[in-house]
Ligand binder design. Structure first.
Ligand SMILES: O=C(O)c1ccc2[nH]nc(Br)c2c1
Length: 162
């Protein structure tokens, strides 16, 4: 059984994430979408809601598990969950520059490999942060998130408590 992890805060999950996760699901028997929480960060959506959005939008794919990653090291999480590969989307060379040292560290810490997937060309500009900013200023983000995520963003709930 080849198990991979797609880690992220997914605050919220968007079409760029979904495209990378779908491709990872085609490469591995099981893909864990590990939703992270950093208690020093403020999130638009709480952990449960971020996991709900991931489950809803990935429901049509086989072999996907959505779960919390917790606060520890990703390398430790991978060891504990029997994960052999971390899958990351890359949007730019700066993504690569940021991810490369962590990929090397994770391999040295626990032997887990990192697989980089170039993001789909029409999603190279997407980030959860930019989507939230555009939405907050009244911009149309319907091309960048699934309908269920759009509904939650438009509902305008207050920022999640930590
Ligand atoms: O939404 C983000 O913050 C984010 C970060 C890093 C990313 N790599 N590939 C993709 Br798609 C992607 C999205």
């Amino acid at each position: 059984m080849r198990r991979a992890v797609c880690p992220g805060s997914f605050d919220p999950i968007h079409n760029g994430h979904l495209e990378v996760i779908a491709r990872a699901a085609g490469l591995f028997d099981e893909v864990i979408v590990a939703v992270s929480t950093n208690y020093a960060k403020k999130y638009r959506f709480g952990l449960e809601e971020r996991m709900d959005m991931a489950r809803e939008t990935l429901a049509s794919l086989r072999g996907i598990i959505v779960e919390p990653m917790g606060e520890g090291l990703l390398a430790e999480y991978c060891k504990h969950r029997g994960i052999s590969a971390i899958v990351k989307g890359l949007r730019s060379s700066s993504d690569f520059d940021y991810e490369l040292p962590m990929a090397t560290m994770n391999r040295q810490l626990s032997g887990v490999e990192t697989v980089f997937l170039p993001a789909e060309s029409h999603y190279l500009h997407l980030s959860s942060t930019l989507i939230k900013e555009v939405n907050a200023l009244g911009g149309d983000i319907s091309d960048f998130v699934p309908k269920s995520v759009l509904k939650r963003l438009l509902a305008g709930e207050p920022p999640a408590e930590q």
